[in-house]
Ligand binder design. Sequence first.
Ligand code: ME8
Length: 658
Amino acid sequence: MNGRFYITTPIYYPSDKLHIGHTYCTVATDAMARYKRLKGDEVMFLTGTDEHGQKIEDKAREAGVTPKQFVDNIVEGPRGVKDLWKLMDISYDRFIRTTDDYHVTAIQRIFKKMHDNGDIYKGTYKGKYCKPCESFWTESQLVDGKCPDCGREVTDAEEEAYFFRLSKYADKVQDLLENTDFLEPRSRVNEMVNNFIKPGLEDLCVSRTSFTWGIPVDFDPGHVVYVWVDALSNYITALGYMNDAHDDYEKFWPADVHFVGKEIVRFHSIIWPAMLMSLGEPLPKKVYGHGWLLLDGGKMSKSKGNVVDPYILAEKFGVDALRFFLLRTFPFGSDGNFSNEALIQTINVDLANDLGNLVSRTTAMVGKYFGGALPAGSGTWDAPTEPDKELIAMAGGLRDKYEAEMEAFQFQNALEEVFKVIQRANKYIDENAPWALAKDMDANGARLAHVMYNLLEATRICGVLLTPFMPGSMAKLFDQIGAPEAARTWDSAAKWGALPETVKPQKGENLFPRIDLDAAVKELEAAAEEARKAALPPIELEPQSPDYVDFDTFCKSDFRAVKVKACEHVKKSEKLLRFTLDDGTGTDRQILSGIAKWYEPEALVGKTLVAIVNLPPRKMMGLDSNGMLISAVHKEKGEEKLNLLIVSDEIPAGAKMC
Ligand code: ME8
């Protein structure tokens, strides 16, 4: 009997463009949703964006737009969140934005309901707040005085606020975590219980008054709902809970699984169940906390500037190869180190070599030896050889093994099982040496046809099971091996022999071309450098000094107009120019200045500049420098820029600047 399956990704903060780390969870969720649909389940796959909070308000202000304009651009705009999911072939059924009217109304009702039942009360908030994480912390939760999630500075906060009686639910939540399979992987349970519940679960501050970009508490103007209460509730409001925009709450809630990154497990496994208990609603069946994609050992994040752009990778290597890599390479529950080399090697070894070659060799041989179609009878053989038996047993038993791994969200293991069969099939080609059999088609034609049939059939079964991971490429693979619709289904993946005997494969385009590792890595590094530069602020200025200088001290600095009589490079120095200057005294003044990077000496001759002339003389590269030329400095895209102060030629040499 087919069932229903409700799966969610976290809803993303549209404070910056998404990176490959964000893509990871959504691709995993998509593979899971497609797998369940393949099995015949009715699936609801929810994703969306979490658009409120101070961070977004601040970013919008910096960008000079309203918060709504700011999030609209990142969610709906070019190369925004929705574009990215389209590119990555993400088959979500529903997309929620927490600024959607129906969600806003539902949150106000949810907040009121918890208030009316006594679980939300008014008090004063005193504590620590981490702005980037939008999280409140108690003193005891800080690590070295800093935010335990991101390690950044926290600030003191005190304001009138509403509180949620989280403490009331501590025992029930502990029981849920310790005595059920609610939270996986199991290792995350200890972390939650020991770090958060056992030290004493305090009531949670659930409203703010210090900023406005949030859902207003409708019965107390000035308060906005804490962003996590707003965000977590998306999983039910998107189904129509306390609103009329949708009506599938009864059908899909409780969710089968929430996939979330490990740093937000706390919100999903403690706060979220407590909120649902307060609302009297059923709890989700499972929360799965996946690991992070790391870059050079650290979490990828925009604020660290170490992000990998999924657009660049997908455009270069293909969407399916990227999807496959993410789930094939890293165990879902643990952290994994992303590298361009690992990506390219996975594509070359698994996809180009093992799978791609299997398909292209087999389809080419059927074309060459049988003119494109296998003869009737190719599906059976009276005296199966050991390799026949092994290949058929492995491919025939693959679906069950794969299913067990997929049900446990072990994507890497599920793919490992599939690739064992692909590798076995490649070995089967070598064992049967079709090119040798083809030398005497009268004697060996029937055997050769059977070998080809077995190869196509093993490939087909693998293709069905790879479809959730690489939907576009597997549709092409089925066309190439000649699999009819009925041989692309979940049922057919457990049936050896679902491919018609007189199958007509079509050799087609190379599904996964081999990639030149060195060249591709160089190109990617260059693109990353470009992107890094583009992300830098266009102009960066030295902050103004907060300290006063007293007037008399300032007046002691003697700035004069000076005219350049001669200018040349200082020998053996890349930086220094040597200036001979008319300073109005009648005696030439020599100043050395480290500006060779920005100026050709000849171009400065005749110019009127500004120098401070009463600095003590200094020796540089064996030459005296008597003063300093004044320049304006700033940074553009991270690069230092310098402009000498060149003033009007009408100013006579020696004129004092004051
Ligand atoms: O947390 N590797 O949003 P978000 C793996 N709005 N996963 C990563 C990652 C990385 N390098 N970087 C980010 C939020 N993620 C909230 C969710 S749900 C009710 C509200 C994952 O955009 C991260 O772990 O900061 C999280 O699960 C998801 O991307 C969204 O992160």
